[in-house]
Design a protein around this ligand. Structure first.
Ligand code: NAD
Ligand code: UD1
Length: 309
């Protein structure tokens, strides 16, 4: 069974390439479908068990070709930046919703059942109000990004009920770690802050820096994805992936300063439109279904690993 490849869409990106490493280490062969829009060929290991297909999930035939002969799929391909979706709703929709739908159809045709999907805490909008957010919290997608993630969840659930797909829907909170690309203003905040701090460049905080996020180290996430891939049962319902820990951007800056010894100039600018104020996971369901690394990687330890110190 293990010789059939696992398809990782978006596998040349940040989370995807960390997952590919873990799959290869455990003897899986891997097929990556990626359009290299933010992902990089160089993120992938040079290994006979890893095949890269350069193509777009928004193209139905490409998706059919990619799933052929696979044992399971991890669907990570998407425009990951919330702000990019605000700036270009139509363009991002092709990747973030049409891509999911194409995948569902291609899996149905090919008779492949197991799919792990990277949904997002963004589906809750501001409904957490600072409390830990449970999966049943009413959804409030504030941006095209969040709307596409929530709609993707509904399509996956339709294919589960109608066609026997086995979707495992994870709502990732904020993931960070090595290979998160800091090069765009749309990149993940930890990748931007650490890169700028290392180079001594000024750091811009959007808002007062008291907004909070539940940051998860990518290595911990990858462990969970491996468990979900290998599990014989797929309980219904999305699962939050967070640590139930709120870190404000100001606290994050303190941690970066501690780890690096100093911080460059920090300026406070206008908050981003559609930005969520507080995001913190109630992760009871995650702990019931999966084994979180014990202890999970803390912020300072994660920053040290990210910075290779
Ligand atoms: P990333 O940008 O590094 O990875 C996304 C990958 O998908 C890239 O390699 C990109 O080239 C590829 N891609 C984008 N559009 C594509 C398309 N149309 N066809 C084929 N490939 C395409 O970002 P990431 O942080 O690794 O995100 C991976 C997934 O996790 C995304 O679905 C993202 O929405 C989701 N997610 C990420 C976070 C986070 O904190 N990083 C949180 C919640 C959800
Ligand atoms: C992130 C993910 C998104 C995911 C969501 C889940 C990225 C790029 N985005 O969105 O895919 O669905 O978590 O919770 O990984 N900020 C600054 N200065 C900067 C950059 C950002 O102050 O230079 C602020 C932002 O305004 C925001 C916070 O940092 O308040 C986090 O931003 P960002 O890392 O882009 O993540 P989210 O928008 O939370």
């Amino acid at each position: 069974m293990a010789e059939l490849p696992v398809l990782v869409t978006g596998g040349a990106g940040f989370i995807g390439s960390n997952l590919v490493d873990a799959l290869v280490a455990r003897g899986y062969s891997v097929r990556v479908l990626d359009n290299l829009s933010t992902g990089k060929r160089s993120n992938l290991p040079d290994h006979a068990g890893v095949e890269l297909m350069v193509g777009d999930v928004a193209d139905a035939q490409t998706m059919r070709d990619a799933v052929r002969g696979c044992r399971a799929v991890v669907h990570l391909a998407a425009v990951a930046s919330v702000q990019a979706s605000v700036d270009d709703p139509v363009g991002t929709h092709q990747s973030n919703l049409v891509g999911t739908l194409n995948l569902c159809e291609a899996m149905r045709e090919a008779g492949i059942r197991r799919v792990l999907f990277a949904s997002s805490a963004a589906v809750y909008g501001n409904n957490g109000e600072g409390e830990p957010i449970g999966e049943d919290t009413p959804k409030a997608p504030l941006t095209p990004y969040a709307a596409d993630k929530l709609a993707s969840e509904h399509y996956l659930d339709f294919y589960r009920r109608q066609h026997g797909l086995e979707p495992v829907v994870f709502r990732f909170f904020n993931i960070y770690g090595p290979r998160q690309d800091p090069s765009s203003p749309y990149s993940g905040v930890i990748s931007i802050f650490t890169e700028r701090a290392q180079k001594g460049l000024p750091i811009a905080v959007f808002g007062d820096g008291e907004q909070t996020r539940d940051f998860v180290y990518v290595g911990d996430l990858v462990e969970l994805l491996m468990q979900a891939l290998e599990s014989s049962v797929v309980p219904e319902g999305a699962v939050n992936v967070g640590l139930n820990q709120a870190t404000s951007l100001n606290q994050l800056l303190d941690a970066v300063g501690e780890v690096l010894g100093e911080l460059p100039e920090v300026t406070y600018q206008a908050a981003r439109h559609g930005d969520i104020r507080h995001s913190r996971a109630n992760n009871t369901r995650l702990q019931q279904r999966y084994r979180l690394p014990e202890p999970a990687t803390g912020m300072r330890e994660g920053l040290v690993k990210l910075l290779g110190l």
